[in-house]
Write a protein that binds this ligand. Sequence first.
Ligand code: NDP
Length: 286
Amino acid sequence: KALWAAGIAAGLLALFWRDTFNPETISGARVLLTGASAGIGEQMAYHYSRFGAEIVLTARREAVLQKVTEKCLQLGAKKVFYIPADMISPAEPERVMQFAVQKMGGLDYLVLNHIGATPLQMWDGDVEHTRWLLQVNFLSYVALAMAALPVLMESKGSVVVVSSISGKIATPFATSYSATKFALDGFFSSLRHELAMQKKDMSITLCVLGLIDTEMALEKTRGLVYMDALPATEAALAILRGGATRAREAFYPWWLEPLCYVRGWFPSHWDWVVGETEAQKVSHSA
Ligand code: NDP
């Protein structure tokens, strides 16, 4: 009984400890946000603006970035700039970082959020697509973070990496996407250790998200996934809070964290549950 009580008390304490977000810490913070033209990235741009940050937005579509910029200014952003860039090009991360540092005079938050489009389907053997997706979803994150490290060390800043439950637990129909998200966890969790070993005061937050109601996600999962998608604006706020409180990981919704533990403790039971669920879907659609 005593152990249970201690466990519950520790859990509540951990929840309370985590919830130390102070919006004032964002006021005037210098943020580089990728994938900012749509979905969760767009919502993050609006939250950072409401809290009075300076922001550089990036994605490929200039006209959309322009519109998001205007709305950010209306919402109270201190300054907003945008730079169109396609993260398939290995030269773009360095160019985007230089632009951000030149415009804002430094950097406090690097928020890595963009993803390339990938279908939700059984692996079709398209290695070229996997290579392309690794460049957009993983290697460009690494290059952006490496270009930002010197400035973030100076400002004692933060890297915020947006990942997915597919980067913690493998499920069918997401082979390449899942691989890119697992790669992010491996790379940035290892880097977090190395920074700590070197006593660098810089945080790395890995954000693990469930199904979120962005246009892209709803379109891809329609007729295939039967679960409620959660609001992008709340997911965006959870990511912002995770970064601002320098959490090592942030989960949205919260129950994904215990789900990861359960999967870790009972891997073959988990595989059985996934197998049964997918088999039922296949037999229903046949
Ligand atoms: P969206 O597809 O809505 O937005 C993706 C963003 O990335 C857009 O701003 C897009 O803008 C940009 N982008 C796409 N391709 C490139 C490229 N080649 N170079 C640069 N930018 C690019 O995605 P979500 O908002 O749904 O997802 C955001 C993050 O959340 C991702 O990391 C995703 O893995 C994660 N996530 C989302 C979930 C969901 O259910 N929505 C679930 C779990 C995790 P543009 O077209 O203008 O380039």
